[in-house]
Write a protein that binds this ligand. Structure first.
Ligand SMILES: C[S@@+](CC[C@H](N)C(=O)[O-])C[C@H]1O[C@@H](n2cnc3c(N)ncnc32)[C@H](O)[C@@H]1O
Length: 243
């Protein structure tokens, strides 16, 4: 597993073609997965969403498309990824609804109990200190607020799993490393998915961080999955999110 400084450097390096890498390697499925993630948000007027590890803001943009009155704060520790995200939000005239800022998931520069939803797509497996991150998510969510974490998985069906592993372990790193002009970015992807806890193990970590009503939704036969939970507690109340 790469160290956090190496991971940050890696995203800085691959940012230039990150969106293309995603679409090619997932054969276009990534867009559908982000739509499902955005649709999983409990919508109500003026939802305030934290999209953590927002990268090039694909999830943030999708949330705004599907929830016309929501606002999103997108945080990421890679300035290069955020710069591309900012270009995209400006091009879509979403700068008034999506605010992108630098920050580390392990110590969020945000006030407690200020968000209705926290989303994170394909970010958590890059971070060794998962429990710190989950407890930060718990801290910034309002009581009753919703957590949605999307990550890669493997198909449950044995034959499909074998075939997918052939692609994922051998073909994807070759194409991904070539598209990203590195010799390690997609080798890291494969290793980080392998090192990620089992579904039960991760659900346990989420539960231990104070979330209830836990669910897992499988996408494309389990190649991606959305873990969801609710921050336990009383009524929601609005506060300004920036510390
Ligand atoms: C695979 S990308 C996912 C980007 C985006 N969510 C998407 O769906 O395309 C992972 C992102 O997590 C960010 N990241 C990794 N570790 C982080 C940390 N500790 N704090 C903040 N961002 C982090 C990286 O900079 C990168 O932009």
């Amino acid at each position: 597993m790469l160290k956090d400084t190496q991971i940050k450097r890696m995203f800085e390096r691959i940012a230039f073609s990150y969106d293309l890498q995603n679409s090619v390697l997932s054969m276009g499925q990534d867009m559908r997965w982000r739509k499902v993630l955005a649709d999983s948000i409990q919508a109500f007027d003026g939802n305030l969403v934290l999209d953590m590890a927002t990268g090039t803001a694909e999830v943030a943009i999708e949330i705004c498309r599907r929830h016309p009155r929501s606002r999103v704060i997108g945080i990421d520790f890679s300035p290069g990824m955020l710069a591309i995200g900012r270009r995209k939000t400006r091009a879509r005239k979403l700068e008034n609804r999506i605010y992108l800022s630098i920050g580390d998931a392990r110590a969020l520069p945000l006030k407690s109990t200020s968000f209705d939803t926290v989303s994170m797509a394909f970010g958590i497996r890059n971070i060794a200190e998962r429990r710190e991150v989950l407890s930060e998510f718990h801290r910034v969510l309002k009581p009753g607020g919703q957590l949605l974490i999307m990550e890669f998985g493997y198909p449950e069906d044995r034959l499909l799993r074998k075939l997918y592993k052939l692609y994922f372990d051998w073909i994807l790193p070759l194409i991904g490393n070539w598209l990203s002009r590195t010799n390690y970015a997609y080798t890291h992807l494969v290793e980080s998915v392998r090192a990620f806890p089992s579904e039960e193990g991760f659900l346990e970590e989420i539960a231990e961080s104070g979330f209830v009503d836990l669910k897992v939704r499988k996408l494309t036969r389990g190649i991606a999955q959305i873990f969801s939970g609710i921050r336990q507690g009383g009524p929601r109340h609005l506060r300004s999110p920036m510390a």
